[in-house]
Ligand binder design. Structure first.
Ligand SMILES: [Zn+2]
Length: 840
């Protein structure tokens, strides 16, 4: 997945003044009038794109460029070779791609970057003003040490041992409250240029940056040996602008590719954009054949760190993309090779696409598939996939234990800020869930373990999909209904329209027959998307546009459903279409969730039998209980999104009957969701199935690790956290306002009816439990907050009035006759809260 920050340029500008330290200038004087030949005479040379020189005594470096290379753009690319997660760096992290030019100004070379997004028709006189109100960034200025034979020689240390090319330290976070982990200051003396690779068309320079913080406040994890001195290893790559006949392909909102965005500044259209998709340059060997091998296939290397028993499944996961490429006319588009143990290249080399495996202390992901594209054309140049061993293990990675009251909401929201792919974490939860009853350790017997094989192939297909240019498709799980999805003969390895979705592990409902666990073959959307992105273009531009339109005009078809991260509803209150959601499954996610809740309740009933082994601690019971809980909570979020939802359609005018971009979720569907929440989330006996297990949910003691934490399970907090997450959505100001707004274009589930249903769900006639007491207090406090009596409210007027209405209704409920002391105490407290709010 691409990690290029849109604000990169602005950020770079801010740091453009840091260079040309005093010592560089002194050195220039020392060199005096020495000629080019004299300066490089004693140095080791590597010749290629640029010539790179090393002084073997003191390690100092110099760089030479030919005069033709001046004033011409190179692709610059930064990736982390190794780092610490606290500072936002991890092995294989693609950091930044942009254009860089070396420009001569008298006796110096300016290293300059700019943003190519604004394009002008060269025939328009306006193009003469193309540079109006735009700032380039001068990242560095290097003195020319010698100038001879059509080449210029500069010192390389000042360029690489500073943060001129790339900001290595994290940017300050203005929203940070409290002390944060800090690298301190970059220390150029302790930093070093570790190694370089010079090829004909590209050059990599790996720099170990040492940061010094004499007074650290936050020490970070055990992965940091000493917080006063931290090394981050970063690779700078310079790549020559490819010279080929690559034809960019335009982007379209109906299909999900990563893009390069261009604003056409002289275009009078309604949407004057020239965005192009990221894709590989695949060319048919035989252009006339319907199906042809490519001139150059996309070659993947399995890194030599990969456990041998997994390699077959990994290979299969890559090669199965060939099924999709056949839809675009290519045979054997993808090729897999294994990196020899004694290979002379390493996995950071941009000339190799590598599937990499690590087992690191704090895995930032389960899988990560970034790629490097030409910023001018979208042509993909290089990519890697990072995979973490933890995905295959029983290790609990989520940091905090739900059973001890930790909230769940982070699980679905913390990845989108950095655009990391968190599929691995999701899969990992599912893997652990699916094998609750099984005896084998995860990686023992992969060939005979369909959960593991399917899960691994799915993960590889998904991450490889990113490197082909595809972004997520969180709507594709609607492919099958709730019966079909469990029928392996029907699904044949395709349980969703796309492998680019985040599906939960597909488990049979209690008593049902198990089907496919995961999608491990490309789905109909994948074939269609690859056809759009990779099918060869026609020569004639008009015929070509008609051809692309014909493909795109199928976008409304059920099996091609698409919605990416910018549409999905994983964060409460954000986005509007409940069919675009992580962790959801089938065309009826509410019914699927009910099956999953029943299954979790069933599994809690089995856990003491299955999860305890003679001679072992209770760690397995605890980890399993946390996971079951996580599954339960995840589905509560899925169901909540239907309340107040609006379906989104991106079809173009005329491609289907009555194309309407926004359609409110039907009343019956919203009601079903509310009823499911009433029965499984707000009910007085919600997650009662967990009670028999509570007194066994013990963490295995390790040293003094639980010092300062109380280790007992906190079931009230656990259930309330699920309920709060649901409130965070259905009582969100956006959702409440949308219930009213959408009633003007078709919504038939009105705000007041929804609020009344919610109150009825939370105050059922069933016996009061401590779980429902806890929930009722929470609900009343939320209502008081929405109403804003005396304190003000950010909610719209209609929502405020509705909240007051529910508070009055609750205040007027009569206490059950012969209520217990506990019930009496509880009701008196609720009345006090409401009365106090009304008096305010
Ligand atoms: Zn992903």
């Amino acid at each position: 997945m691409l990690t290029v920050r849109k604000s990169t340029l602005a950020s770079l500008i801010a740091m453009s003044l840091v260079l040309t330290p005093a010592w560089a200038e002194e050195d220039a004087e020392e060199n005096g009038d020495k000629g080019y030949a004299e300066l490089i005479a004693e140095l080791t040379a590597q010749e290629g794109l640029f010539n790179f020189y090393r002084n073997e005594e003191n390690g100092e470096t110099m760089l030479s460029l030919s005069n033709e290379q001046l004033d011409t753009p190179f692709i610059y690319f930064a990736q982390t070779m190794d780092g610490v997660v606290e500072a936002g760096h991890f092995r294989g992290n693609f950091r930044q791609t942009n254009l860089i030019e070396f420009r001569r100004h008298f006796n110096r070379i300016e290293v300059v970057t700019w943003n190519p997004r604004y394009t002008f028709d060269q025939d328009s006189p306006l193009s003469r003003a193309a540079d109006a109100n735009r700032s380039e960034a001068v990242l560095a200025v290097l003195d020319i040490e010698a100038d001879d034979n059509g080449r210029v020689l500069v010192k390389a240390d000042p360029l690489f041992k500073s943060q001129a090319l790339h900001r290595v330290a994290p940017w300050a976070n203005p929203n940070q409250s409290g002390p944060a982990f800090s690298l301190g200051q970059l220390n150029s003396d302790r930093s070093r240029i570790a190694r370089e690779r010079v090829y004909e068309n590209n050059m990599d320079v790996v720099v170990d940056y040492v940061f010094v913080n004499e007074e650290p406040v936050v020490f970070g994890s055990n992965a940091i040996a000493d917080p006063r001195s931290i090394t981050i290893s970063l690779q700078h790559s310079f790549i020559e602008m490819p010279e080929n006949d690559y034809q960019p392909r335009r982007d379209d909102p109906r299909v999900g590719y990563f893009t390069q965005e261009f604003d056409q500044m002289t275009n009078p259209e309604w949407a004057p954009w020239g965005d192009v998709i990221n894709r590989w340059n695949l060319v048919k060997q035989n252009p006339d054949a319907e199906l042809s091998e490519p001139v150059e296939p996309i070659v993947w290397w399995i890194e030599n760190t990969t456990p041998h028993e997994w390699r077959d499944a990994i290979r299969q996961g890559v090669e199965d993309w060939n099924i999709a490429f056949e839809a675009a006319g290519f045979k054997n588009a993808m090729e897999v090779r294994e990196q020899p143990d004694d290979a002379e290249w390493d996995a950071g080399d941009v000339n190799y696409n590598v599937l990499r495996w690590t087992s690191s202390p704090r895995p930032p992901f389960g899988g990560y598939g970034p790629s490097l594209a030409n910023p001018l054309t979208g042509e993909l140049i290089s990519s890697n996939i990072m995979l973490e061993y933890v995905f295959m293990s029983n290790r609990w990675t989520l940091g905090e234990l739900f059973s001890q009251g930790a909230a769940h909401s982070d699980l679905h929201t913390n990845d989108d800020a950095t655009m990391l792919c968190s599929l691995g974490h999701e899969l990992h939860m599912g893997q652990m869930f699916a094998r609750l009853g099984s005896d084998n350790r995860m990686y023992d017997d992969i060939e005979n373990d369909p959960i593991l094989v399917q899960g691994l192939r799915h993960l590889i297909m998904h991450e490889v999909g990113h490197t082909l240019g595809l972004n997520h498709n969180m709507k594709s799980h609607s492919l099958w209904d709730n019966q079909q999805v469990h029928d392996a003969e029907l699904t044949q390895g395709v349980i969703a329209g796309s492998v680019m979705d985040y599906n939960p592990v597909n488990l049979a409902p209690v008593g049902g027959t198990q089907g496919d666990y995961y999608s491990y073959k490309p789905g109909p959307y994948d074939l269609w998307a690859i056809e759009y992105g990779y099918s060869p273009a026609l020569q004639d531009p008009e015929a070509e546009e008609a051809r692309l339109q014909a493909i795109l005009n199928r976008s409304h078809e059920h099996e091609l459903a698409f919605g990416n991260d910018a549409d999905d509803m994983r964060a409460p209150g954000r986005h509007i279409d409940p069919r675009i959601m992580t962790g959801a499954m089938t065309s009826d996610p509410v019914a699927y969730a009910v099956d999953r809740w029943d299954l979790v309740n069933h599994e809690f009933g089995q856990l003491l039998d299955k999860g305890r082994e003679e001679g072992e601690s209770h760690q397995r019971v605890l980890t399993s209980a946390n996971m079951l809980y996580g599954q339960y909570a995840g589905q509560a979020n899925v169901v909540s999104r239907f309340v107040g939802g609006v379906y989104v359609e991106r079809a173009y005018v005329g491609q289907d009957d009555d194309v309407r971009p926004y359609t409110p979720v039907p009343r019956e569907t919203q009601k079903q969701a509310m009823e499911a929440l009433a029965d499984y989330v707000f009910a007085p006996n919600a997650l009662e199935s967990m009670h028999p297990v509570l007194s066994y949910m013990q963490q295995q003691r390790r040293g003094f690790n639980h010092y300062g934490d109380n280790e007992d399970p906190k079931p009230h907090q656990m259930v309330l956290n699920i309920q709060r997450n649901v409130f965070n959505h259905i009582l969100h100001e956006n959702v409440l306002q949308r219930l009213s707004d959408s009633s003007l274009y078709g919504n038939e589930y009105r705000l007041n009816e929804m609020m009344a249903d919610l109150t009825s769900a939370i105050f059922p006639s069933a016996d009061l439990t401590t779980t429902s007491q806890n929930l009722q207090v929470e609900y009343i406090n939320r209502l008081i907050g929405i109403a804003g009596l005396g304190t003000g409210s950010s909610y719209d007027n209609l929502s405020q009035a509705s909240a007051v209405g529910q508070l009055r209704r609750i205040r007027n409920m009569s206490m059950p006759r012969r209520a217990s002391d506990e019930a009496r105490t509880h009701y008196n407290y609720l009345h006090l809260l409401i009365d106090r709010a009304f008096e305010a």
